[in-house]
Design a protein around this ligand. Structure first.
Ligand code: FAD
Length: 533
């Protein structure tokens, strides 16, 4: 059994020890161009002061007020969460952690929360980066019950004919994939948080996976959803598609624990791919790389992976070395269980060449898993390991965070310029300057989903500094035609911006829907909509 870190991303055994962190200082300073970094002592579990729980639900055998359980369920994994965990600040701990065994337990919890004036927070893997699982102090009422769905982690049925499976909401990525493997099938949904996030969390937040085109969001893989609400079961019919009015699934997708607890879903599966085609294209010019990606997205070539890294991002991840440093990198890949997909790949690489891109190693083909070329493999490795860096960097004195959006192609140049200016300006104010990188995680015929990383030396009040940069970024996204999130969700963190983004009549309709299924207002208050007085 591996232990998850109580403050940082991932498993404790992957966090470097004191000596390794000391050794990293020089490397990080050189890589980022920062100076004066130094390892700070890591937080200790013993030192955490936890307030006494305000509720207990002691008569329910699946509920606990155990200190460790409350600590582990306090924060998600945004920078703000990691920074507070690092500072030993666990004031936001829930009062009770419930681990229901089935829907009967869940229904009991709904009833008790309504009767005892408690609020209920659905919890999948706790990887939220938008304060989705932590209730603000002023909205905690008689107490907070965090409902951890980890006991509901089975694949219940596999329909091999239709290629779909009924999967319980609490199944984490590796757990559900292991159960699908004997069938030669896979959900093929790999968000960067795959290791620890759950099916229910993905559906509740409309998560984005590794497919750069076509199946970008979990929505595209969802066949039907079963959600328990305080007024009964909300279950849709299994259908490949339907035009029968507004879809119940579409309201459940992205409901972020405010309409009910998703207990299971029928998900569309893929056969495990056997054939992979990959190419890495280098561009001296980011604008022309963007033009190439737009042309690929609009030519119906549908690559599985189409990740464009700007020169800063490629350099940071060491995807470019030597004379290639300073170039943007496009990682293109196709995967298929059926055949080698070489014609669309050849056309995509040809489009890149027309825009000045060069694929130094050409197109590689493989029939098993793994990196088919060095740059592709380096990118994949960096992708999986990157989340571990955030906590390590913080412990050395670096604020590192990401934000993401989507916009139309015509808006992208202005948005990119506006975001770059606003974030650099904020980083200058709080830390004397920092680094900003950009990549495209997903691309559509009408626009990209840009994903930004910022790194700045932590000087003074870390949370205030982070907040200033984050606000500047969010304001710039909205000002220049972006969405406040393409896949990280709304939560409490993005809610003020979502309030401005969505139409007022829609907010009223959403409020009415919440009142209808949750008449006592117990579900995840403050997410998606402001809490009513
Ligand atoms: C390092 C890192 C990498 C990430 N990479 C990606 C990425 O590539 N793509 C992406 O989309 N996101 C990513 N995220 C964000 C996060 O992993 C996703 O939002 C994910 O979908 C959350 O799943 P979870 O099971 O951890 O849910 P939690 O964090 O536990 O909960 C998230 C929200 O969903 C609600 N919820 C959870 N389970 C249920 C349920 N069964 N029923 C109803 N509501 C529920 C919660 O109340 C909360 O509002 C990343 C986060 C981190 C820290």
């Amino acid at each position: 059994m591996r232990t998850r870190s109580f403050w940082a991303w991932g498993y404790e055994d992957k966090l470097p020890d004191e000596e390794t962190r000391r050794g990293l200082v020089g490397f990080v300073e050189a890589l980022l161009g920062f100076s004066g970094l130094a390892p700070a002592p890591l937080p200790s579990l013993e030192a955490i002061e936890l307030a006494a729980p305000r509720a207990a639900l002691a008569d329910l055998p699946f509920c606990s007020t155990d200190r460790l359980a409350r600590i582990h369920h306090t924060h998600g994994r945004s920078f703000r969460d990691v920074a507070r965990g690092f500072a030993g600040d666990f004031r936001a701990a829930p009062d009770v952690v419930a681990v229901p065994r089935d829907e009967v337990d869940l229904a009991q919890l709904f009833e008790r929360c309504a009767n005892d004036d408690l609020v209920l927070v659905p919890y999948g893997g706790g990887t939220s980066v938008v304060s989705g699982i932590e209730v603000d102090e002023e909205h905690r009422r008689g107490g907070v019950v965090t409902v951890d769905l980890s006991a509901l982690d089975r694949v219940l049925e596999v329909d091999e004919v239709s290629r779909a499976a009924r999967i319980q909401a609490g199944a984490r990525g590796p757990v559900l994939e292991a159960q699908l493997a004997p069938y030669g099938l896979s959900l093929r949904f790999f968000p960067q948080s795959f290791e620890l996030s759950t099916l229910g969390g993905w559906v509740a937040t409309r998560a984005g996976g590794h497919f750069a085109t076509v199946y970008t969001h979990i929505d595209d893989l969802t066949e039907s959803i079963r959600m328990l609400t305080p007024v009964g079961v909300w279950a849709s019919r299994r259908l490949p598609a339907s035009g029968a009015g507004p879809s119940p699934d579409r309201l459940a997708l992205g409901s972020e624990g405010t309409l009910g607890v998703i207990t299971e879903a029928w998900m569309k599966l893929h056969p495990r791919p056997r054939h992979r085609t990959r190419a890495t294209v280098l561009f001296p010019d980011f604008e022309r790389a963007v033009a190439a990606v737009r042309r690929i997205a609009q030519a119906a070539l549908h690559p599985t992976n189409c990740r464009l890294l700007d020169a800063h991002e490629a350099g940071l991840h060491r995807v470019t070395q030597g004379e290639d440093v300073g170039k943007s990198v496009l990682v293109l890949a196709y995967e298929s269980a059926d055949r080698v997909i070489d014609e669309p790949m050849a056309r995509a690489v040809a489009i890149c060449a027309e825009e000045g891109g060069v694929a130094p190693r050409g197109i590689s083909k493989k029939t098993d898993d793994g990196g088919a070329d060095d740059a592709g493999a380096a990118w994949k490795q960096a992708f999986v390991e990157a989340p571990y860096l955030q906590g390590v960097l913080l412990s050395l004195g670096v604020i590192a965070d990401t934000f993401e959006t989507a916009c139309t192609w015509d808006a992208f140049p202005r948005l990119h310029a506006g975001v770059t200016e606003a974030v650099h300006e904020a980083m200058r104010r709080v830390g004397g300057g920092g680094k900003l990188t950009c990549r495209f995680t997903h691309v559509y015929p009408d626009g990209p989903a840009p994903y930004y990383t910022f790194l700045v030396p932590a000087r003074g009040d870390v949370l205030a500094a982070w907040h200033e940069i984050k606000q500047a970024a969010c304001e710039a996204l909205l000002a220049h035609g972006g969405t406040i999130t393409h896949h990280h969700a709304v939560g409490r963190m993005h809610r003020p911006f979502y309030d401005r983004q969505r139409p007022a009549p829609f907010a009223a309709a959403l409020r009415a829907a919440q009142r209808a299924v949750d008449p006592h207002g117990i579900l995840n208050p403050g997410v998606l909509l402001p809490v009513e007085p």
